[in-house]
Design a protein around this ligand. Sequence first.
Ligand SMILES: Cc1cc2nc3c(=O)[nH]c(=O)nc-3n(C[C@H](O)[C@H](O)[C@H](O)COP(=O)(O)OP(=O)(O)OC[C@H]3O[C@@H](n4cnc5c(N)ncnc54)[C@H](O)[C@@H]3O)c2cc1C
Length: 473
Amino acid sequence: MAQPDALVIGSGPNGLAAAIALAQAGWKVTVFEAQPTIGGGSRSAELTLPGFVHDVCSAVHATAAASPFFRTLPLSEYGVEWIEPPAMVAHPFDDGTAAVIERSIDRTAAAFGRDRESYTRLFGGLARSWPRIESSVLGPLRWPRHPFATAAFGLRALRSANGPARSTFVEDRTRALFGGIAAHGLLPLDQLLTAGFGLVLGAMAHIVGWVIPRGGAQTLTDALVAYLRTLRGEVVAGHRVGSLDELPPATAVLCDLSPRPFLDVAGSRLPVSYRRSLERYRYGMGVFKVDWALDAPIPWRAADCARASTVHICGTMAELNRSENDAWAGVAPERPFVLVAQQSLFDPTRAPLGMHTLWAYCHVPSASTEDMTARIEAQIERFAPGFRDLILKRSVMGPREVETRNANYIGGDISAGWHGGLQFIARPSWSLDPYATPTNEIYLCSAATPPGAGVHGLCGYNAAQSALRRSFS
Ligand SMILES: Cc1cc2nc3c(=O)[nH]c(=O)nc-3n(C[C@H](O)[C@H](O)[C@H](O)COP(=O)(O)OP(=O)(O)OC[C@H]3O[C@@H](n4cnc5c(N)ncnc54)[C@H](O)[C@@H]3O)c2cc1C
């Protein structure tokens, strides 16, 4: 191997984005991946039966479609095709109906009764201001290009999700729908900043759609790798880096790692004060995930659920709050909030003809060993009677397996660290350049840096810019 200019540890979407951004600048880059397959949180595999392609981690890719960096890459030339389902997300209720978000704000709001105007005003305003606030929402903390629009968004996003759910909407259905979207943040909905998740992900449903990649999350990874190779970048799979001392010399080492594994790999090269600040980094709740091979599509009682790529299962806002508060407090929820994705309904490449895949997870206490399979299936059965009879095979992944498969997800925390409190902006610690470390050649480029979790590659892109800036100065 020729001596590289940059080494990247970890081939998640951020590691690959960092490698591409550096290779585009003419650097020779090599990526090392611990697992035998490339992609980190963006992979697919036949987890159940031959012919059933399951997304091992990420399933719904609104953040990838919205990513200003991915938008610049020729991903479609390398096989990425976004499928937009007829509806983005459905939220079923016990009366056999569902609240649904469509791509169109007007069509969505038209079904929301007394919340029609509030919904149109809130998300219509957000969609219009998105081009002005995008770089602030998706970038590291810095003076915004459009301070008034950003401040207006920030004041709303700072609140707890329960705040706008109660003050903006009057219908229980709209409140629960908004709460379900905000709960993607893996935080109890009475915590500050959780409104931000509901606003950003809700707005993305209208701006780019909650799209899924044809063929599975792996196609996005494969496209990134194929493009990287055209730029002379290399990816070495099945090579776990135990310590930076094992690596050849390079101008920069970018670590697609969350703080705990980062300290294991790079700790001896970092000053004590910085090490201490990373040791204070907090991880949050874990997830319990189940994938199924099904004999037929899910028999939803609410027909609208069959139009959406994502279905949020929890019923009311009260039930949702109970589930998230329990998981946060260390109790495995009796009736968990279940996030469901049903990709094969819209992508026939995922399962044999007439059969289907199903992907779901719920939030559980960090490192919980409780088996949530029966509780997750009971929640789905509640809104789709007959679901259990369709199961051909299931694959189960509790928080410990999630961490075993990816060292970044401590205790099963798929966000690579809590997004709450000050850690939301000081991620992983206070710094105007959170990607650079005090050690000149070492950088962090994982979801433990801004803008945080999700498949968007922006942490990697921003880290690469930091490395380029430092090397030129
Ligand atoms: C179950 C689940 C569901 C999710 N659903 C969605 C979703 O629907 N939509 C969405 O946008 N996001 C989703 N996410 C989150 C998303 O996958 C992550 O936020 C994203 O992958 C983070 O990317 P990353 O590049 O920072 O790190 P990762 O994707 O975590 O990649 C890090 C890589 O580093 C490797 N690594 C770790 N240690 C070493 C080492 N010592 N040496 C070499 N390699 C190492 C790991 O094996 C891994 O491949 C989900 C995640 C999970 C787990």
